[in-house]
Ligand binder design. Structure first.
Ligand SMILES: [Mn+2]
Length: 321
């Protein structure tokens, strides 16, 4: 059950210090929502600790990076722990220990959210957590340009640049409000979608080489090894653009990218069209996410993970025939 926005505002109002965290391997919505709240709560005179793992360089422009706490988590405490864009406590990774040790507010849009907070506000119909952050701040906080940019980043990220069907009239009316804060929205959009480093392009090239088309062209799968990522001096953050690209292959209903994160640790990035539920598929392997975009982790070799995924998806298509 959701608590009300009013209850969340009251809890934040009372707090003098707030730890704000999002999921591991943060994307634009995690970064945008955490930094939006960091800017806003700081302007309200509160002490803010933003917990974000290292993120892709292209997001360095998002205002509020100075709120990112780089000290030891063991030494850290605050009045409230605010979890954003995170469906379960495990995905909070190093910040998981704060949950319910400190009064916890959980704000999210993942359909798989486990309502782990003392206060919870989850809306799977929202385009992004950043869109919900706008709802909470609007009418309570006097919006400013930096906070507006952060929210815009999150929405642009999770809607695929207003292309995905999670883009609602409500989303666009938030965006139209944000645009009145006079920032260069065209530049922000380009930084997110049309800029990439040379190593990202090289890694993508290898991923595209590894692409296989299965199930009469409905299923595309690819993989990237740690050796490949290292060969170009990259990190797993440089693999992120690949899944979207795979999804664009004509006729595919589900696309899966598997990439090696460490020894016997393989990340799966799953994308699909309406006809295929990847949230449910990822949950089978202990992951989670949205119907059309989800993720999971395998504690196996890359080869094994590829074979497990292939078998699973192929058998699902067979059943559906
Ligand atoms: Mn999100």
């Amino acid at each position: 059950m959701n608590n009300s926005i009013e209850q969340i505002r009251e809890a934040l109002e009372k707090a003098e210090s707030v730890i704000i965290a999002a999921h591991t391997n943060p994307d634009g919505d995690a970064i945008g929502s955490v930094l939006a709240f960091s800017n806003a709560l700081n302007n309200m005179g509160k002490k803010v600790y933003a917990l974000l793992e290292d993120y892709a360089e292209k997001y360095n422009f998002v205002p509020g990076k100075e709120f990112v706490y780089t000290g030891n988590y063991d030494d850290l405490t605050a009045d409230v722990f605010l979890s954003l864009d995170c469906g379960d406590t495990m995905r909070l990774k190093n910040a998981e220990g704060f949950v319910n040790k400190i009064y916890t507010i959980n704000v999210d849009h993942h359909v798989t959210n486990e309502y782990f907070g003392n206060l919870n506000y989850v809306d799977p119909d929202a385009s992004s957590t950043s869109e919900i952050v706008y709802r909470i701040l609007n009418g309570w906080y006097n919006m400013d340009k930096n906070t507006a940019i952060c929210i815009y980043v999150g929405i642009v990220n999770d809607t695929g640049g207003f292309r995905f069907t999670n883009t609602s009239p409500a989303t666009m009316s938030v965006v139209s409000e944000l645009m009145t804060y006079n920032f260069n929205f065209s530049d922000v959009y380009n930084r997110i979608y049309h800029s990439r480093t040379f190593k990202e392009v090289k890694i993508m090239g290898e991923a595209l080489q590894n692409t296989e088309l299965l199930c009469d062209g409905k299923f595309v799968i690819s993989h990237v090894s740690m050796d490949t990522i290292k060969k170009y001096g990259g990190t797993i953050r440089d693999v992120q653009g690949v899944s979207e690209y795979l999804k664009g292959i004509t006729g595919t209903e589900v696309s899966i990218l598997l990439y090696e994160k460490g020894d016997n640790e393989v990340k799966g990035s799953l994308r699909s069209e309406d006809s295929f539920d990847v949230a449910e598929l990822s949950q089978k392997f202990g992951g989670g996410g949205h119907k059309k975009s989800a993720g999971c982790t395998f504690k196996t070799s890359l080869e094994e993970a590829v074979s497990i995924m292939k078998n699973e998806v192929i058998s699902r298509f067979k059943k559906g025939e």
